[in-house]
Write a protein that binds this ligand. Structure first.
Ligand SMILES: [Zn+2]
Length: 245
């Protein structure tokens, strides 16, 4: 975890320095996004001022991007109490913590953190724990600080949070998770993967071509980031007039 790209949030979105406090806690969040990326989020906080929010790190399936330096305080776990659960209120604060945001997807109407994003987060948090001498009891959810429903999938299902915590101290946290999938598990995984991709927008480089292809009736405009099957390919070739003459 030594080559984390850094795109600093606008200076209006975080504290300069920590007011003499050391880093005692790592607070885990989710972005409440749908198919967002670590870089999307970092760019948003870089390009916009006065957001009253920020985080040190954003994590997606493939990458981590830093948005606020560890030596500065991000605005990630302040704010009003949102439920009666807040055991760390006024104990864990912006000034003595690091904020880690996990990108999310909406699958079947519910927020989900993909396995790959959880893997990346385990890797990042273990590295930060080691770097700052933070034990697993000081890795907490935003929920534990202000009662906010964050990360929502890990408040809704506490077992996912416990599993994540166990991996922070496991001997080999990534390897442990690797086991052969059954065909059924693989099919379920693909369904979840494709469902997570279904509502995404085309990447900027492809947006114009995608819009033109839709207007020309070559594609129906849905699922721009999903894979193409051979049968879909031949239908496209036919629509282009390249076969069937
Ligand atoms: Zn949060």
């Amino acid at each position: 975890m030594t080559n984390i790209p850094f795109l600093q949030a606008d200076s209006s979105n975080f504290y300069s320095g920590r007011g003499g406090n050391s880093i005692k806690y790592i607070v885990v969040h989710y972005t409440a996004g749908n198919g967002d990326t670590a870089m999307n989020n970092a760019q948003y906080f870089h390009n916009n001022s006065g957001l009253q929010a920020s985080a040190h790190y954003f994590v997606d399936e493939h990458s981590v991007v830093q948005s606020v330096r560890d030596t500065d305080g991000a605005w990630h776990c302040g704010g009003p109490l949102e439920s009666s659960h807040h055991p760390l209120h006024n104990i864990c604060m912006n000034r003595n913590s690091l904020g880690v945001e996990m990108c999310s997807d909406i699958v079947g109407g519910k927020y989900t953190i993909t396995q790959q994003t959880v893997d990346r987060t385990v890797e990042l948090v273990r590295w930060l724990m080691d770097k700052y001498g933070i034990d697993v009891d000081h890795v907490v959810r935003h929920y534990d600080v202000t009662g906010k429903d964050c990360p929502e999938p890990w408040v809704r299902d506490e077992s996912l949070w416990r599993k994540f915590k166990a991996r922070l101290t496991a001997k080999d946290p990534i390897e442990e998770e690797i086991k052969d999938m059954t065909d059924k598990e693989f099919a379920q995984y693909m369904d979840r993967y494709l469902a997570a991709k279904a509502n995404q927008q085309p990447h900027p480089y492809a947006a114009e071509a995608w819009a033109k292809a839709k207007a020309a009736g070559i594609v129906d405009g849905s699922k721009p980031q999903c894979p193409l099957t051979r049968e879909q390919l031949v239908v496209i070739l036919q629509r282009l007039g390249l076969i069937g003459k």
